[in-house]
Structures are given as C-alpha cells and as structure tokens.
Design a protein around this ligand. Structure first.
Ligand SMILES: Cc1ncc(COP(=O)(O)O)c(C=O)c1O
Length: 400
C-alpha cells in the first residue's frame, strides 16, 4: 500500500471487478514466459513444448543473416534512432527499407511504421475523416477497428466475406464524399483468405478506396510472399496495402504501400508516424535482410505450405473442426471459452503450446485453439503435436 494513498478509496477498484469476472469465466490469462529463442520447440514457463503459437512463419526471428545485419547496425550505428522520423530520426536505413518494400510489393512507394497496429490505425484515421464512410469486414483486426473509430468517419460493418452485402451497402451509401472498403487479406483468427478480386472490383465500381491488411499474408501468399495482391494478380488495383514486419518477416514494424502521394500524405498526417520515435537501426537492417531471404530462399515458403497441409490433414483425420482455414493459421474450434482454455492448458502440460482464444478476441461461443505451423517445424514435431492433440482432445471430449 502506498502510504500517500493509505486510507483513501482506491479509484481503480473497478479493474479488480473485471479481473474477478474474467477469472470466473475462465478467461483470465497469465503471460507465458519464453526462455531462449522463438523456435518450433521452445521453453515456455520452464516447460519444453512444441510451439504452435508464434507468428514466426518462416523462422526468420533467428535467421543468421538477419542477426548479422542487426549486429552490424548496432556496432556501426548504435541502438536507437534518437528522434521521430519527421525531425531527426530518419536514418539512411529507414529510407532504404522503404524503397526495398515498395520494390518488393511493386508499388510506387512505402512508409514504415513502428508496428502493423500503428500502420493500420494511423492510416485509416488519417485518410478518412468526419463525414466519410468506412466499410469494414466484421472480422477485421482490432487495429483497423480502432483506426476507424479514431477517424470519426461513419463505420458500417459487412458480414464476413459477404460481397453481396458489401455491394448493397455501396449502393445505399452513394452520398458519402469518400468511402473506404477495408479487409484483412488473411483473417487472423480463422485463417481464411479475403475474396480480394470481388471486393476490389466492388470498391472500384463504386469509386471507393480499396485497402487490405496483409499482416498474415506477407511472407505467406504470393510470389516470394508478396501477399494477397500478388496472389490474386491485383497489382495496381488495391490503393492501400498494409503489411507487418513482425510476423513472417521476423522482426518488428508495419508498413503501408501505395502511390507516392499516399505515402507523402502519410508522412504529413499519420499520427503514429509523426509522434513516435522511429525504429532502432538494427530493426531496419534486419528487415532489409529479411526481404533478401524471402527472395533467395523460396524453399522456406514451400516448407511452410507442406507443413500446413500435414497439420491440417492430421487434424481432420482426428476429427477436429478446423473451420474455413486456407492458410497456416488453423483454428481448432471448441465452442465455449472455458473448454478452450482448459484444452490449451492440458495440451501445454503435455508438451504442446496452442493458445486458447475466447471472447472478446472471437465471438462468444466461438472459442478455439489457434495453431500456426512454421517452415521450421519438422515432420516429427507435427506428428508429435497431432498425437498430443488427439490424446487430450479425446480425454476432454472435444473429439470422440
Ligand atoms: C491482421 C493483423 N493486422 C495487424 C496486426 C498488427 O501487427 P503488429 O503485430 O505488427 O502490430 C496483427 C497482429 O496481431 C494482425 O493479426
């Protein structure tokens, strides 16, 4: 107890009420602590487990070329950038990385943000404003939802991947001066892919801006992992492409690709870009090395997809419901949150880390385990994971 506040009413007491409620619903989580590197077999909370919970799709978090690039940058340039990008914090490496990303994505220009979250929220909030309209898929990421709220534009949510509903909304809202259609490229909790050609065509037909968040598609879909725009051959048709440097790229950050005017506008108006310090040089250097690895080691993406097929087939054989996933994100649908959390905890005790996800991250009654395989899992890792899933799943009645 702080002596200065002893005897007074705790104004934050309501937080404990929420925490108690979370505990009673089985939704209270402690943070699992990783000792050592982010690897397919890793030590969390003092236990060696097969790791099906990281976004390290291609194993780049520990790639020797990224490590070397980061170390070199630390030695030559120090550990911090010392300023926001718009004052003194734009280093040569930041500009090199933006040019590299634009070239990789085949767009005119790119801007890097501190995170994918900042890229989405900062972009949506700055390109739309009061009186405009945002049309957003119901399963879009929280950073899109928050950016939409910050923009003060009107928000209409269309049912998940329902292009006909989107068309109807576009028909009904012609009076808005500016409209943005926005979708995740790969949906982070279900692992399904947006109907990009149809959604993009609908946006164009109605003169709306088309934006995609390719956080889980970058490094996964398209040639050398160029994302959904490349996967569907939509180059030049999607106005705003967001990606992250924190998942398949293995480092940290987010980016936006598009026209030179879009990027120059974001340099002047995107608040996380303007008001938050830029990445340390080691981050930019490691990201630069990652794009070289993507192009020069295509076997990583091939292994990622071979592993994805192996895990999905195994789960289906065991009788699990994996929903509508088409990518390395494979949910195991369970229903109630307390069962999902119990399932996840029991798996962990048996040597498998597959995170349980419940409300509010997913809708009530749609709790699940979320699994992600990586290129670096061995067949033995995956077969062992399936055997643990089968045993625990049967013991808890998730499968028969
Ligand atoms: C779909 C989606 N968009 C954006 C983000 C944010 O990316 P970052 O972790 O780089 O902030 C995430 C990560 O959780 C995500 O799943």
């Amino acid at each position: 107890m702080n002596p200065a506040t002893a005897g007074t009413v705790n104004p934050l007491a309501y937080l404990d009420e929420t925490l108690t409620e979370l505990r009673s619903q089985g939704l209270f989580r402690t943070l699992r602590e990783l000792r050592g590197e982010q690897l397919p077999r890793a030590r969390f909370d003092g236990r060696d487990v097969i790791n099906l919970s990281s976004n390290n799709y291609l194993g780049l978090t520990t790639h020797p070329r990224l490590r070397e690039a980061a170390l070199k940058a630390v030695k030559e340039l120090g550990v911090g950038s010392g300023s926001v990008r718009t004052i003194a914090g734009t280093m040569e490496l930041h500009m090199q990385l933006e040019r590299r990303i634009a070239e990789f994505k085949k767009t005119e220009a790119a801007v890097v943000f501190q995170s994918g979250f900042a890229a989405n929220a900062g972009t949506v909030a700055s390109i739309l404003g009061k009186g405009d309209l945002i049309l957003s898929d119901e399963l879009n990421h929280a950073s899109i939802i928050d950016g939409a709220r910050l923009s003060r534009a009107e928000i209409k949510v269309f049912p998940h991947r329902d292009v006909a509903a989107l068309e109807r909304l576009l028909e009904e809202t012609k009076s808005f001066p500016r409209r943005l259609v926005i979708t995740d490229g790969v949906f982070s909790m279900d692992g399904d892919i947006a109907k990009m050609p149809e959604v993009t065509a609908a946006a164009h037909r109605h003169g709306a801006i088309m934006m995609v968040d390719d956080a889980h598609a970058s490094g996964v879909l398209g040639t050398a992992g160029r994302g959904t725009v490349d996967h569907f051959k939509l180059h030049g048709q999607v106005d705003v492409q967001v990606g992250t440097l924190s998942k398949a790229i293995g480092v940290l950050g987010g980016y936006v690709c598009g026209s030179k005017s879009l990027i120059e506008y974001l340099y002047h108006r995107a608040r996380p870009f303007l008001f938050s310090t830029s990445h340390p040089p080691a981050v930019a250097a490691a990201c630069l090395a990652a794009f070289d690895v993507l192009e020069q080691e295509p076997e990583r993406i091939e292994r990622l997809w071979a592993n994805t097929r192996r895990l999905k087939e195994g789960l289906t054989r065991l009788g699990f419901n994996t929903g509508i996933s088409e990518t390395p994100i494979t949910p195991i649908l369970v229903g109630e949150a307390d069962l999902a959390m119990k399932f996840s905890d029991r798996l962990f005790e048996n040597g498998l880390f597959a995170q349980g996800i419940g409300y509010p991250t997913v809708a009530k009654g749609k709790a699940r385990l979320r699994t992600i395989v990586t290129a670096t899992h061995t067949e033995e890792d995956l077969d062992r994971a399936l055997s643990i899933l089968g045993e625990v799943g049967r013991a808890l009645g998730v499968i028969s």
